[in-house]
Design a protein around this ligand. Sequence first.
Ligand code: HEM
Length: 256
Amino acid sequence: MTAPAHASAFAAAAGTGGILLWVVLPYVALAVFVLGHIWRYRYDKFGWTTRSSQLYENRLLRIGSPLFHFGILVVLLGHIGGLVIPKSWTDAVGISEHTYHIGAVVLGTIAGVATLGGLAILIYRRRTVGPVFSATTRNDKAMYLSLTVTIALGLAATVAANAVGGGYDYRETVSPWFRSIFYVQPDPDLMAGAPILFQLHTISALLLFAAWPFTRLVHMLTAPVGYLTRPYIVYRSRDTRLGARPPRRGWERAGS
Ligand code: HEM
């Protein structure tokens, strides 16, 4: 059987390495992300948790956790704006490239620094608070490393592109490549020409997505979303009607 003409055109332009990185890797990562979550839900429903460590330490957690989570929420919204919404749409509503770029850089840098700062506090806490360190598995350590590398590379790509020269218009390359994956018409050439920091950031993000379902990060896909505002651990008194009175000796009547 002969390969279709467009497949050999791919190979000529992006090279085999380009196809592996910008066609095969994203689909494998996406498939593992989706199937992995289904598998985890079916076989480890009760392990679908953050494994909160709030009981062990609260002071650092109360600073690091909101800083990280609100930071990453803004980063996520920024990625939806930059990767999912085509440039032609923002042009059509009168947002010039310059205005978009300034907004994205300022907001993205603040959010990126907040996320990385929050993560640094959370990792410092994990390492220095004894019981929290004891509750940290190898899986957690690998997850923290992968998360830190991805966020640091994203921030480095943004800062480097703007510190040296007038910024990089990733909405001409990375963004259409990202959408091409979901249209099932992958265009590896678009990524092959992007600056190295953008490429490394994307590769590390794809690897993070593939590992996601097997880590504590599954808590991101948890309903209800009240998660954002509720306490990390829900405390309940022993008996709602009687309050937290000390337990009596012996048997108690059921329903009393
Ligand atoms: C395939 C997935 C991803 C792609 C294609 C992608 C692409 C990009 C691009 C093009 C930028 C530059 C934005 C700018 O200069 O304004 C960026 C920045 C950034 N990315 Fe990603 N990204 C991905 C996933 C992720 C993930 C999973 C995380 C975090 C866990 C992340 C964290 C960041 C951070 C912190 C920045 C710095 C600027 C900001 O706050 O937006 N990215 N990313």
